[in-house]
Design a protein around this ligand. Structure first.
Ligand SMILES: [Zn+2]
Length: 64
């Protein structure tokens, strides 16, 4: 079971390619869940809150 594998050994995170270096998003190659880094450098699940947060950040960066 893939999810169990992640629970036991941790996620196999790979960085997803983004045009902005400031926004860091990751994907687990095992369970396909997406993650990002919060303001403290902690890996957090990329839920709707963080997705919106990164969208806003992306928008403000591209408008410069
Ligand atoms: Zn995983």
């Amino acid at each position: 079971m893939k999810e169990l594998n992640c629970k036991l050994f941790g996620h196999s995170l790979v960085k997803t390619n983004l045009p902005f270096a400031k926004i860091k998003e990751y994907k687990c190659t095992c369970c396909k869940k997406q993650f990002t880094k919060d303001g403290y450098g902690e890996i957090v699940v990329l839920d709707s809150y963080w997705r919106q947060n990164n969208e806003n950040l992306r928008a403000s960066l591209s408008s410069k």
